[in-house]
Design a protein around this ligand. Structure first.
Ligand code: FAD
Length: 566
């Protein structure tokens, strides 16, 4: 189930893809663990990795859509695969690639042929890109940009202002920068333009983080923005920002999976070989329980992410279901990643602090993913917009198959206006639950999911509660579990997942639902009826010692099955 560099053969992809993925794994393995660890600790910029990627044409091959080069394609399935590999070796390697994706978003969505050609050429030459949206004082409030463009009277502008938290801002060949015109009020004044970090009016201020990756503050001083540098104007610039984040934030789930996988090999191997009081640490029942839980949660992260790829790739103006599954990958899979690391760290304790492990880096870096590309709150608030239609108004759609085909996901760069989310319809969430009703914990979770519908119908949040984001976010957490379970089941079916592992996953989901129901019970604004509902819907998972033992055997088998080349 887990990515293992020792046995890795991405046979599901075409030959050039396979070769590049394998070459990436081989590069990390032959460079070795000592270099990986030392450069992390020294916060050394990973020029050698970028040289490798440039030499192999890795980013150019994976990140140039067919519209820019008919011999290449933007293929979310293989992009997801590379996320996992890069996360497996470290967040920093993933991040430089991730912000290149973000930087390319406004370019590939633009009708400006000259910049598109420039970006394709820069990629082919091995450059990375950057995405200049965030500013120090404005956080998620991107409406309030202080990057000001003043018309120069010749169809262009001069841009002045600062950007903060901009990855690759130290080297990017192209930086997509978001700002607003000095002479136009409101949304019509937004502009997205392409800047060059090597230009003399581009001033790199500093790296704002204490890490190997470079997350820059930069300042533009009268930076000349020529007409041919303008990517988008007005509302389209704002939509391009949101649609870019839609494409980009999808990458966080598989990065999180990769981080957890590497950490799991280390954790299980350590615990299984450590002997205390004359017995293996993994003989303790609580240790087995924690590692089994971590494993089941990690498998669920993989299943959900993989299935979300299919909806992403099948998206069209008529099928925008990906707009729910995408923030789900972002807030749910990445927070599950935190739980997986927490569970394992509980077991390996002091070992998880040691400098020469991957684990201590994973323990820090896994925390970042839920916070980037919109926080958990922002994504939960987004997910809530879909709840009514998802639960109560299913629609007919043709079945979505597994999408590993070598297609170009062109729709991602013509997603159109970012509005109208509340009108999006979904296929019937109950169908995969019904098909797995024979599994005890799926059936039990289904009772909770039906109970949730009852809560919304009989004790719907009042007007005041709908304005109370603290209350609503808890509702969002309960809802998110139902969506999570649905795609996990769909993917389990498509891949023939072992029934014991699937039941173990739903053992965790039942407990999670109960935990969130208890949280809801404790909220100040929860009514008596809602509180009574919450307690009535706390359920115990169905225990099964034989099932747990079978899943544990899978976890145990991970011990010693992978250690990075020294
Ligand atoms: C390591 C790192 C790398 C980054 N790389 C880039 C990059 O390359 N390019 C780039 O443009 N940006 C980048 N960012 C910025 C990142 O996207 C911001 O952190 C993010 O937009 C949130 O801003 P903030 O962290 O300042 O939180 P704030 O926006 O200040 O939020 C504060 C709190 O308010 C809550 N909140 C805000 N809005 C809402 C809402 N609408 N609904 C509910 N709750 C809300 C948040 O959840 C949070 O708890 C990076 C950040 C980091 C730390």
């Amino acid at each position: 189930m887990l990515f293992n560099p020792r046995t890795y053969d991405p046979a599901q992809f075409d030959e050039p893809t396979r070769r590049l993925l394998r070459a990436t794994v081989d590069w990390f393995e032959s460079r070795g663990k000592k270099a990986l660890i030392d450069t992390y600790i020294d916060r050394a910029w990973y020029a050698d990795f970028l040289e490798f990627a440039a030499r192999e044409g890795l980013f150019a091959e994976f990140l140039t859509p067919s519209a820019a080069d008919p011999d290449k394609r933007w293929d979310t399935a293989r992009i997801a695969e590379l996320n996992e590999i890069l996360g497996f070796y470290g967040l920093g390697y993933w991040y430089t690639w991730q912000v290149t994706i973000l930087g390319l978003g406004p370019v590939w969505q633009s009708e400006n042929e000259a910049v598109r050609a420039r970006a394709a050429k820069l990629l082919a030459e091995g450059h990375v890109m950057a995405f200049g949206l965030s500013e120090r004082t404005h956080g998620a409030d991107i409406y309030s940009t202080d990057m000001i463009l003043t018309p120069d009277g010749e169809g262009g502008f001069t841009a002045t202002g600062s950007k903060y938290y901009i990855g690759n801002g130290n080297v990017a060949g192209l930086v997509s920068v978001f700002g607003r015109r000095s002479d136009v009020e409101g949304p019509e004044g937004y502009v997205f333009f392409a800047a060059d970090s090597r230009h003399e009016a581009y001033h790199l201020v500093k790296n704002v983080v204490n890490a190997q990756m470079y997350v820059s503050e930069f300042r533009l001083e009268d930076y000349p923005v020529r007409a041919e540098d303008v990517l988008h104007t007005g509302q389209a610039a704002f939509d391009a920002a949101l649609n870019t984040v839609n494409v980009g934030k999808f990458n966080l789930c598989t990065a999180s999976v990769g981080i957890c996988e590497h950490a799991m090999y280390e954790a299980v191997t350590h615990a299984h070989n450590r002997v205390l009081y004359g017995r293996k640490v993994t003989d303790f029942p609580h240790v087995r329980r924690e590692l089994t839980d971590a494993y089941a949660r990690l498998v669920a992260m993989k299943l959900f992410s993989a299935r979300a790829v299919d909806y992403f790739r099948t998206a069209s103006p008529e099928d925008r279901r990906y707009l729910l599954f995408n923030p789900m990958t972002k807030m749910k899979v990445t927070t599950e990643g935190e739980k997986v690391i927490d569970l394992m760290w509980d077991v390996i304790a002091a070992k998880g602090f040691e400098a020469d492990t991957y684990f201590d880096k994973a323990a820090k870096d896994i925390r970042g993913l839920p916070k980037l590309e919109g926080t958990v709150h922002v994504n939960l608030a987004l997910i809530l917009k879909f709840m009514g239609n998802y639960l109560f108004a299913p629609a007919d759609y043709a079945p979505v198959p597994t999408r590993l085909d070598a297609a170009d996901d062109a729709f991602l760069f013509r997603q159109g206006p970012a509005r109208g989310l509340g009108a999006i319809r979904f296929h019937d969430w109950r169908a995969p639950y019904d098909r797995h009703a024979q599994l005890a914990n799926v059936a039990r979770f289904r009772e909770q999911a039906d109970g949730f519908c009852e809560l919304l119908l009989k004790h719907a949040p009042s007007k005041e509660q709908q304005a109370d984001l603290d209350f609503l976010l808890e509702i969002g957490q309960l809802f998110a579990l139902i969506v999570y379970g649905q795609l996990v089941l769909e993917q389990a079916e498509l891949t023939g997942l072992d029934a014991d592992v699937l039941d173990q996953i739903f053992d965790a989901l039942v407990r999670d639902f109960s935990a969130h129901a208890t949280e809801l019970h404790g909220k100040a604004s929860t009514t008596e009826e809602q509180a009574a509902w919450a307690l009535a819907n706390v359920r115990r998972p169905v225990a099964d010692a034989e099932r747990a033992a079978k899943v544990w055997a899978r976890v145990e088998a991970l011990s010693g099955s992978y250690e990075m080349q020294p």
